[in-house]
Design a protein around this ligand. Structure first.
Ligand code: PMM
Length: 279
């Protein structure tokens, strides 16, 4: 499902947020027809997978009720599953949403809480026979950016992910169906994020599962660009695209198996080039 060896290069996961408040494309794809259209566009641009999310996880975001999340995600998954054959992933921390989305045609559950927010999640994913992405986040979205500290960010993140992968296996999720994500931007400073990217090979070697990396349009890129420009203004989400592409190339070079991105067309080209350089 996630192995870069199988398709001969890292996979491009296109982001389809069906939320009114996601940080970079919130509100644009809330309508099911619009989501379907955008999803198919991403597939046409080279997305190997689509990741649909109905709850914003941006820093400070408030949780969404399951009913609301289901109403956002399930119709979009149903329509996309009927219209396209790319694997669909559901970005959720709730077992009921994971279950409904998989029944509607998704085959991957992308859980930014790695099973911490819902005690039913791991057993539900195991019963569904779905693939599962465990991501590292410090605490919860509402408070994760409050003075993040680590002894050694790579060691701490790897230790957390290894523990969550063990729990996922113990719950019955098969090893070949698991992937891990360092959670760029989830309770980390700019320095932490850059360190995690630089030391991705170490993380990958320690965990022994495919690695998903999501840097797309994230805030730390704005901070780096601001420092480079020597100004006090931070570029907004839509002005972070070239920085995103630089980190996509970097992540691929350091062994990322899946890159989670908004701009699929440009990322697909960068992945193809970076893979040539990394080979
Ligand atoms: N980032 C966001 C949401 N879900 N899932 C994974 N596995 N990795 C990420 O880095 C990640 C995620 C937040 O970004 P968005 O609002 O653009 O979706």
């Amino acid at each position: 499902m996630f192995d870069r060896v199988k398709i001969g290069r890292p996979a491009v996961m296109g982001i389809l947020n069906v939320t009114p408040d996601s940080f970079s494309d919130g509100g644009r794809f809330l309508d099911t027809d619009v989501a379907l259209h955008h999803g198919l566009e991403l597939v046409g641009e080279g997305a190997d997978l689509l990741d649909l999310g109905g709850e914003s996880t941006r820093p400070g975001a408030e949780p969404v009720h399951a009913g609301e999340e289901l109403a956002r995600v399930v119709p979009a998954v149903t329509e996309l599953a009927a219209a396209s054959s790319v694997p669909l992933s559901v970005d959720t921390t709730k077992a009921v949403v994971a279950e409904a989305a998989v029944e509607a045609g998704a085959s991957i559950v992308n859980d930014v809480s790695a099973g911490r927010f819902d005690t039913e999640m791991l057993s539900t994913v195991a019963d569904l026979g779905a693939a599962y992405v465990v991501m590292h986040m410090r605490g919860e979205p509402r408070t994760m950016q409050d003075e993040p500290r680590y002894d050694d960010v790579v060691d701490d993140v790897a230790g957390f992910l290894a523990e969550r992968l063990d729990l996922a296996r113990a719950a019955g999720i098969r090893s070949g169906f698991l992937a891990a994500d360092p959670g760029i931007g989830f309770g980390k400073t700019t320095e932490h994020n850059l360190t995690l990217l630089a030391r991705l090979p170490e993380l990958r070697a320690r965990l022994g599962v495919p690695i998903v990396v999501g840097t797309s349009r994230k805030r730390f890129l704005g901070a780096v660009l601001r420092d480079i420009a020597g100004t006090s203004d931070e570029p907004g989400a839509l002005e972070r695209e070239e920085a995103t592409l630089a980190t996509v190339a970097w992540a691929v070079d350091r062994g990322a198996d899946v890159v989670r991105v908004h701009d699929v067309a440009a990322s697909a080209r960068v992945v193809a080039l970076a893979r040539g350089a990394a080979a």
